[in-house]
Design a protein. Structure first.
Length: 254
């Protein structure tokens, strides 16, 4: 059994073949799909996905940092309303993204901290989005650290030092297609990170692994990530799948 801890199955890029794509993934051994939120414009699509695949899909709720704009308070209210209304498996994806736009950094920091505090209240893990913002992310985590803070550093692309720091905050590292890239860099030091800190993800439809790089990603391609971890850790395909799925269970509680 393989767990894709981060996949946007509701993406419009899958509208033409969503069921076929999910069946391909299941045939490849992927039986658990964890779905991150972005903002209120995707909520209905997430719930439709859950309704159509109730045994396979596990939803998160949260406000993505690139959706933190002038109306971020309204978007946060939407998140809180749903967190109080029903159960989710994590609060995510949340964090800070300074790659596209630095305009709303203070608002991103506030939204990140607020949602971390909601996660603690609800006893839920967080799933962190970090792009060009490790220092800013760590600054917030430092103020919020504790036994009640835990989760996944989604799409981890940092250094060994940053990986160790993320782990020190009770975070697993979400490893996906980047690990297969020639210039991905993380494959050079991952063997120094105990596999108990690793979970698998695709971030589909984004960041397709080699040999599909540049094309639409899908959950079945997670097997290429497993193959890469087989080379890095010297374990079997089944061992990688079993260990990383257990790690995901430790985080999501299911």
């Amino acid at each position: 059994m393989i767990t894709d801890t981060h996949t946007h199955l509701y993406s419009s890029q899958f509208d033409e073949d969503r069921n076929e794509m999910i069946q391909r993934a299941k045939k490849a051994g992927v039986s658990r799909f964890f779905i991150p939120a972005i903002d209120s414009s995707y909520t209905e699509r997430m719930f439709d996905l859950e309704k159509n695949y109730p045994e396979d899909v596990f939803l998160m709720m949260g406000l993505h940092p690139t959706s933190v704009k002038e109306n971020y308070q309204e978007e946060l209210a939407h998140v809180k309303e749903w967190l109080d209304k029903r159960d989710f498996y994590a609060i995510g994806e949340i964090g800070i993204d300074l790659y596209w736009d630095k305009t709303f950094l203070p608002q991103q920091q506030e939204a990140f901290r607020t949602q971390i505090q909601w996660a603690k209240e609800k006893k839920l893990p967080i799933v962190i989005h970090c792009r060009d913002a490790f220092d800013e992310i760590f600054e917030v985590l430092e103020t919020e650290k504790g036994d009640d803070l835990y989760g996944i550093f989604h799409c981890f692309t940092g250094t060994l030092e940053q990986a160790e720091k993320a782990i020190s905050y009770n975070m697993k590292l979400g490893i996906g297609g980047v690990a297969t890239f020639k210039n991905g860099k993380i494959d050079k030091f991952l063997n120094q990170i105990d596999i108990k800190h690793i979970v698998l993800e695709t971030d589909s439809p984004y960041l397709a692994p080699t040999p599909y790089r540049g094309k639409r990603n899908e959950s079945s391609y997670i097997t290429n990530v497993v193959d890469k971890l087989v080379d890095i850790y010297g374990l079997t395909f089944d061992e990688i799948s079993e260990i990383t799925t257990q790690n995901s269970k430790d985080i999501f509680g299911v």
